[in-house]
Design a protein around this ligand. Structure first.
Ligand SMILES: Cc1ncc(COP(=O)(O)O)c(C=O)c1O
Length: 258
C-alpha cells in the first residue's frame, strides 16, 4: 500500500486482513493510519500495522483504530542491536489466541534476551527523543547538500506525506533515506567510504547503520518493481543512532566527496 492508495480500493470482497506499515521502508512514505483502520472496520476486515519504524513512542496505532500493532523488538524497543524479538499488541480477544499459538510453537524468548529487552525498554523514550532529534539534524544537512538528489524524512516539509506524518506522529523517527541521482555506483562508493556509520541491514540501535535497499529489502527487484515501490538503485537508507549528530554529519560529508 502506498500513502496515496485509497483503502476502499485495496479491500476486495475476499480480503480478511490488511497488513501495512507506516512509515514505509525504505521511502518513509506515510499511510493515513486512521483512514485505513476506519475502512477496514467498516468492512469487517482486520487491520494490522508494522509500527517498527515509528516505535510506540512516536506513533500509537491502536488509538487510531488499528486492530493489531506489531513491532520488531530487535529494533528500537531493545535499542542495542543485541536481541532478536517481536511484540504484538491489541485487544485481549485478538492477542490471546496468538499467545496460545506462541506457547505451543515454542517461540518464547529465553531469559538473557528478555532481561536485555527489559533493560532497553527503560530508556526507550529518551533514546527515541534523541533518535528523532539526530535524524532531523541529518535530514536537514542532506536536504541542503547539492550532492544529494532527494531526501526522504517525514519531518521535512518537502516530504510528500509530511501533513499525514504531522497528524499521526508525535515524532518523525530515526530513519532517513536519500537518493544519489539513482546511481548505484555513486551510492555504493559513498556506502563504502563511511567510517562511523556502519554498514548493516538492521535499524533502531544506538549506532548509526546504513544499507542499500537494492541489496536488502528490494534485492532482485526489476526496474518496474523498483519504480512501483518508489525505490532507486542510488538510494541509501540510514538508521540514525545516538552518536553526536555532528559526527554522523561529518562522516556523511566526507563520504559524499567520493
Ligand atoms: C519494518 C520492519 N519490520 C519487521 C522487521 C523484522 O524484524 P526482526 O529482525 O525482528 O525479524 C524488520 C527488519 O528489518 C523491519 O525493518
Amino acid at each position: 500500500m502506498c500513502s496515496s492508495a485509497n483503502p476502499d480500493r485495496v479491500i476486495g470482497p475476499r480480503t480478511r486482513i490488511v497488513w501495512f506499515e507506516s512509515p514505509i521502508n525504505p521511502t518513509l512514505r506515510c499511510v493515513d493510519v486512521k483512514r485505513v483502520a476506519d475502512a477496514c472496520r467498516a468492512r469487517g476486515v482486520m487491520s494490522v500495522i508494522d509500527n517498527t519504524f515509528a516505535s510506540p513512542i512516536n506513533q500509537q496505532p491502536l488509538a487510531m483504530g488499528v486492530d493489531l500493532a506489531m513491532q520488531s523488538a530487535t529494533k528500537y524497543l531493545n535499542g542495542h542491536s543485541d536481541v532478536t524479538g517481536g511484540v504484538v499488541t491489541g485487544s485481549k480477544a485478538l492477542v490471546d489466541p496468538i499467545a496460545k499459538a506462541r506457547r505451543q510453537l515454542g517461540t518464547v524468548m529465553d531469559p538473557h534476551p528478555a532481561y536485555a529487552l527489559g533493560r532497553g525498554l527503560k530508556t526507550l523514550p529518551l533514546r527515541v527523543a534523541r533518535h528523532n532529534a539526530n535524524a532531523d539534524a541529518v535530514a536537514q544537512f542532506l536536504a541542503r547538500d547539492k550532492r544529494v538528489t532527494c531526501v526522504f524524512y517525514p519531518g521535512l516539509a518537502t516530504h510528500p506525506d509530511h501533513a499525514i506524518a504531522k497528524r499521526q506522529m508525535t515524532g518523525f523517527g530515526g530513519m532517513v533515506c536519500f537518493d544519489l541521482d539513482g546511481s548505484y555506483d555513486r551510492a555504493a562508493r559513498v556506502y563504502d567510504r563511511l567510517k562511523i556509520i556502519k554498514r548493516a541491514a538492521s535499524l533502531g540501535g544506538v549506532e548509526s547503520l546504513i544499507s542499500m535497499p537494492v541489496l536488502t529489502s528490494q534485492w532482485g527487484h526489476t526496474d518496474a518493481q523498483l519504480r512501483e515501490a518508489g525505490v532507486t538503485r542510488g538510494m541509501l537508507r540510514l538508521s540514525v543512532g545516538l552518536e553526536d549528530p555532528e559526527d554522523v554529519i561529518a562522516d556523511l560529508d566526507q563520504a559524499l566527496e567520493s
